[in-house]
Design a protein around this ligand. Sequence first.
Ligand code: MG
Length: 367
Amino acid sequence: MVQEVIRKNKEYRFLINRFKIITMVLAFVLSVLLSSCAGPLAVDPVLEARTAIESADAAMGDWEGSWKLEDESDLGQMVTQVIALGKGKYRAKVLGEFDTREEPIAVLEGRRDGAVVRFTGPGRYEYTEFQIEAAIKDGQFSGSFTGDTVGSFALERVIRISPTLGEKPPKGAIILFNGKDFKEWKHTNKKEGEDEVKWELVDGAMRVKPGTGSIITRKQFTDVRLHVEFRTPFMPEARGQGRGNSGVYLQGRYEVQVLDSYGLEGEDNECGGIYKVGAPIVNMCAPPTQWQTYDIIFRAPRFDGAGNKVSEPTLTVVHNGVKVHEKTEARGPTTASLGGKATEPGGIYLQDHGNLVQYRNIWLVEL
Ligand code: MG
């Protein structure tokens, strides 16, 4: 009887072990198959963004956590966007949540002090005023506040990725850039045969080569749904329109601005803005060096038989997964557009504004 049980146990263990071996072999084969099929976009996007941001500046970017009073009562969520300003200077915008136009709790000035970045400044929350002292140290943004209320906070780095990053072109889409060549593109204003694109190919992306000129698709379009991924360079000492400027133009005429305006107000000449036409509903700009997305639905202007305009062009812009324009009308061509007749189709045009902005995974669907 006992021997019978031992024998059965042995058989059982043999079956389990065989099952384990088969599972391991299958898992290995599957992982080899998957990695051989995967393109450059299969890189973990969170890891990709974290590596890019932290190798540019380990203090820069989004931080998320909570704050509490000195009696331990919870004040809820607190977030911070840290902007690198060069020469060891920083600015931290402290808020109750990301992606809002609500007044910040504080805008703190920061300075690097060895391995630590220290911040200080006044804060305000629900009719109370206080002074904040904070520091980024050992991968944490933490500090305290004293004044009408007294308490502390602790925030961890958070990487927020666009949900449409790496989105595959749907069936019937026109692929404008797949990371390999410029065959769908030409220089904006050179003669045929002399209109070769001089931008550079880097790691499956195209990068503006400053001074070589803007580029435009060889094909012309009217109504489209466009997907484009971009990232702005790390230029901590640059400001305003000189900081990671480029732009995506629809029909060669209407610019959705590309700019490093991470942590700023979200104006009509900043990232997510339709240049000098409309500000984004909220500023969705990610930190420089992180890949971002625009998903744009463009409807070209309409004309009657006599050539009179019957409706303005409209742009619906989704920036990093959030709708920042809903059918915003662009009455005329935006600044620095190619002009051209609004009655005719136009190319998708990417701007050389002198900065090393990158683009990848560009495709559109004609509507
Ligand atoms: Mg621009």
